[in-house]
Design a protein around this ligand. Structure first.
Ligand code: PEP
Ligand code: MG
Length: 544
């Protein structure tokens, strides 16, 4: 028996035999050059079509978010830009088809990674599509979750959205991954499906074991050399959510979605999100060699806003700079990109960039009929918040807020709320800066755990500042997507929660289960907990 520890990201305790998810394929060689380049290039499109077809077939068997995730991955496999770039690599550089797909997909993934934050996490999806197409060309088993016939604990390096989307909670007892963090797709979907999960378990791939006992609250994984009897986690019965974000005694807590594209918006509307708490506008600038003009931005934003006509949408202005470089904006190299000129700081040097974006957002608000507010990322002081609010209002946007994702901003929430109409806490970055722990480094996932009491204490300060002036305090980091933590956040004074669409129903239902006073009690206990695991555990007991 051996015991490993990681970060518990989805609650519950389960046990059973281990099934290991196949590792990614090895890097394909750049040789030998094909004898017939045209014939070699012609192998790519049918393979991509077959992969897409398989994903569409899986999508047809499921509903809701799983369907959307599988359809999005299928669309990525058929992306004409990806395919034609791979075909060109065969004809211009005489690469074997598998190598060409590998290089073309990596180029796309690198662009996403350079965009940083949320976009960087999507690079994983491109690698998934890449490996599926390569496996199809080579006629080998694609990496990913094998077909399960008996209840099992899945052990993987990490899981792609297409792997997790149609996991059957009856057959998957628990998930354990060597990599990934609390904001990874695995974590979000595991919570939505009610499957216990522990991520960032270093050494689990190398460790031997036939069975495992997984504790998704404590983050413990016990490996056993012999078979382990199947134990299914108790799943809380989620009443169907009625679409109104409120506690059992009617205290409103809006349940909103995070979106980055028109597809995200359509999915979010389908699951009943009451609006958008975070629209990441970075996508509009990705890979652009020149700044997109106001008309281009306006129509791109309007597409994302239109599904939410008549509903509240918070549009976040460009969160770029430093580790998210824009090719038309040379900010120079920085020794500490995460602490550099990023988010709103870019606009201090280039206010014209912000003004154009605000003008486009105001136009898109008119075109779409959505009730649009704007907010700025990476704000550190009340002066900065005031500067942004003035510019937004001058551009015709009346409701203005800022993100609280820098510890200084949390400590100055009362002053910041004098300057703006609302704040929204970005727990992904706030955790990174509070713990001085890069959010992209798997080894530090334990510090970036949103249940860390030190992070909760900062959120409580912001909640209290909001209550004092009766202004709204949202959370739009991934913390909001955890149904148990959602109740704690409400108890800390948070008035809206914004999350990945896959979590909307579970969070809405969880809020409706208890009166606000119970969430306050849970929040008080979590604030005093000595560790993230203890905060999770005490909340589970209070909200049982
Ligand atoms: C919501 C957040 O913004 P992003 O993940 O885009 O940095 C956050 O930091 O919590
Ligand atoms: Mg952020």
């Amino acid at each position: 028996m051996s015991r490993l520890t990681g970060v518990g990201v989805s609650s519950g305790r389960a046990a059973g035999p281990i099934v290991r998810v196949a590792e990614p394929l090895p890097e394909p060689a750049a040789t030998p050059s094909p004898a017939d380049q045209v014939a070699e290039a012609a192998r790519i499109r049918p393979a991509a079509d077959t992969v897409a077809e398989g994903l569409f077939q899986r999508a047809a068997r499921v509903g809701g978010d799983a369907k959307a995730v599988l359809e999005t991955t299928a669309a990525m496999a058929m992306d004409p830009a990806l395919i034609s770039q791979a075909e060109q690599l065969v004809t211009t550089r005489s690469l074997p088809a598998v190598r060409a797909v590998y290089e073309a997909a990596n180029g796309f993934a690198d662009a996403l990674r350079a965009a940083g934050g949320y976009m960087a996490e999507r690079a994983r999806d491109v690698h998934d599509v890449r490996d599926r197409i390569i496996a199809e060309i080579d006629g080998v088993t694609p990496p990913g979750v094998p077909e399960l016939s008996t209840p099992s604990v899945l052990v993987a390096r990490d899981l792609a959205p297409a792997d997790t989307a149609d996991l059957d909670p009856e057959l998957v007892l628990a998930l354990v991954t060597e990599e990934g963090g609390p904001t990874s797709h695995t974590a979000i979907l595991a919570r939505a499906l009610g499957i216990p999960a522990v991520v960032a378990v270093r050494g689990v791939l190398a460790a031997s074991g036939a069975g495992a006992t997984v504790d998704g609250d404590a983050g413990d994984v016990e490996l056993s050399e012999t078979e382990v009897a199947v134990r299914v986690a108790e799943r809380p019965e989620h009443a169907d959510w009625n679409g109104i974000g409120q506690t059992a005694d009617g205290v409103p807590v809006k349940v909103l979605a995070n979106v980055g594209s028109a597809t995200d918006s359509t999915t979010a509307v389908a699951v009943g999100a009451q609006g958008v708490g975070l629209f990441r506008t970075e996508f509009c600038y990705l890979g652009a060699d020149v700044e997109p003009d106001v008309a281009t931005q306006r129509s791109a934003y309007a597409e994302v806003l239109t599904p939410f006509a008549g509903k509240p949408v918070i549009v976040r202005t460009l969160d770029a700079g430093a580790d998210k470089p824009l090719s038309f904006l040379d900010m120079g190299a920085e020794p500490n990109p995460a602490l550099g000129v990023r988010g709103l700081r870019v606009a201090f040097d280039r206010p014209d960039l912000l003004d154009s974006q605000l003008e486009a957002i105001a136009g898109a608000a008119q075109d779409s009929g959505a009730e649009v507010s704007v907010m700025a990322p990476m704000v550190a002081t009340a002066d900065e918040a005031g500067w942004f609010a003035e510019r937004a209002r001058a551009n015709g946007i009346d409701r203005v807020g800022v993100m609280i994702e820098v510890p200084a901003a949390a400590l100055s929430a009362a002053e910041i709320l004098q300057a703006v109409d609302f704040v929204s806490i970005g727990t992904n970055d706030l955790a990174q800066y509070v713990f001085a722990a890069d959010r992209m480094v798997g080894a530090l996932a334990g510090l970036n755990d949103p249940w860390q009491p030190a992070l909760l204490r900062l959120i409580a300060m912001v909640g209290q500042a909001g209550r004092q002036v009766d202004k709204s305090v949202g959370v739009c980091g991934e913390a909001a997507s955890d149904p148990h933590l959602a109740g704690v956040l409400a108890g800390l004074g948070v008035t809206s929660l914004s999350m990945n669409a896959s979590a909307v129903q579970a969070v809405g239902a969880a809020l409706a289960q208890h009166p606000h006073a119970t969430f306050r009690k849970a929040a008080e206990a979590a604030l005093e907990a000595p560790s993230a695991a203890a905060a999770r555990q005490t909340t589970k007991t209070t909200l049982a």
